[in-house]
Design a protein around this ligand. Structure first.
Ligand code: HEC
Length: 179
């Protein structure tokens, strides 16, 4: 009797290969989940916050990110990539005014973390840091949100104020998220 003609044997072989296929599929599945996780993780690392648990640092990062959203919205309206309406432009301006006003408060406590990009000089040259926050607040106030031309005139000063503080008090992780 050959194994081929033995139905029992055939069944065993079939069961074995089905099992092998299942194990294989599971491994591929696990592998792709792993890839996905490390992809997400590195994306979060770049955002600089997923691994930070300190509430004070989280709050200052949230404040900055909200400013970035507002500025992005205005820049896109200026460039014609987003529909301009005075209402949305004014709302974004308000976010920038409110948030830049809160910068000193959010950074008042000296908080460091290996995953934070804040330079310790902030708490050495505190008055200069505060002054830069004030310059940014003034620039936000000066944003002219009534027209696209107004944005063209006033946004560069705002962007410059963000940049100038980052250049001095933030190590540059990724240019793309600076503004
Ligand atoms: C007075 C200084 C100062 C000004 C003005 C300022 N920033 Fe920041 N910003 C910082 C510092 C310091 C950090 C790094 C904080 C950290 O990593 O703990 C930062 C971080 C950021 C981040 C990264 C947040 C993250 O999740 O890692 C963004 C985005 C950002 N700022 C946007 C802006 C925008 C947009 C403006 C202007 C409207 C602006 N900032 C104005 C000091 C400033």
């Amino acid at each position: 009797m050959t194994s081929g003609s033995n139905p029992h044997h055939k069944g065993t072989r079939h069961r074995f290969s089905a099992l092998a296929k299942r194990v294989c599929r599971r491994m591929i599945g696990a592998f792709s989940v792993l890839c996905l996780c490390s992809g997400l993780l590195s994306a979060d690392l770049h955002a600089g916050s997923a691994v930070i648990t300190d509430k004070q640092i989280q709050a200052r990062l949230a404040l900055m990110r909200q400013q970035k959203e507002a500025l992005l919205s205005l820049s896109e309206m200026m460039a014609g990539r987003r529909v301009f309406t005075p209402q949305t432009a004014k709302a974004a301006r308000r976010v920038l005014m409110n948030n830049t006003r809160k910068i000193p408060k959010r950074f008042a406590k000296r908080r460091m973390d290996p995953n934070s990009y804040a330079r310790p000089e902030i708490w050495v040259q505190w008055q200069d840091f505060e002054a830069r926050a004030e310059v940014a607040r003034q620039a936000a106030k000066q944003i002219s949100a009534n027209s696209v031309n107004g944005l063209r005139r006033s946004l560069p000063t705002m962007i410059q104020a963000c940049h100038s503080c980052h250049q001095t008090y933030r190590t540059t992780p990724n240019q793309a998220i600076t503004h």
